[in-house]
Design a binder for this molecule. Sequence first.
Ligand SMILES: [Zn+2]
Length: 281
Amino acid sequence: MALPKKSESKYQPPIHAGDTASDLLARWGFDSNNVAILPDRHPQHRECTRHGRYPISTVDDLGTIRYMSPVCPVCAAEQASRRLMESAAIPARYIDCDFSNYVVEVTGQQTALDTCRDYAEHFDERARKGSCLILCGDPGTGKNHLASAIARAVLAQGRSVLHVTAYDIIARIRQTWQQRGVGNSTELEVIRGFAEVGLLIIDEVGKTFGSDGERVHLFEVIDHRYRDMRPTMILSNEDIDGIEKYLGKAAFDRLCQNGGLLRFDWQSHRRGKEYGSDPAA
Ligand SMILES: [Zn+2]
């Protein structure tokens, strides 16, 4: 059997150093009349209405143009952080809350800001010791703002964060009672799920009735985290006694051991100022 004849190789023009940029661009399918793609027209920039000028192309020493994604890098970083915050279930209202936009008008607020910032910045150490933090005080005093700022900072350190209400925990555990069957989580699996998160923020502690049954569920989660040395944050409109009464002494003791407590005892700032307004402006 005869071997098939070798087909003649297709003619390929050699690339000469003398090829003009426009010839190359034409061969690559670019419109060489479009001056915007020639190297001398780079780097190019775009304007973000919020963050100003950012580059969308660079030219290296050899004249090679490198295009970057035509998205403002600051906006992109913000969006990535927003996605993380959403996965951490941070309420939408607090998603833009940061240490930098927390309004300080009285000494107590400065102390709260410093304590929370320190907690976030040294989270590695806090996580190793399982240090907890309780933020209590009237609604509108900025507990959620600082908790969200901590969440944001902890997420940026590559750790998982979950922001839930006490009611969410109780409801999630009780859900397992009605859904016994293949593929459904057991009560213990749900408790373990809450126990595995890098930082668990339990909000609205004291808002539900606080029956013995509810107390048991919250204790189980707090106790699992305590034994695994994982930090838990508690947010409550109750005073210290109210939190202890609601959670029960055993859970409260575990939180306080090696933990901090911040009283937000200044006037609500939702009343006077618009919440979330930019203090830098
Ligand atoms: Zn931007």
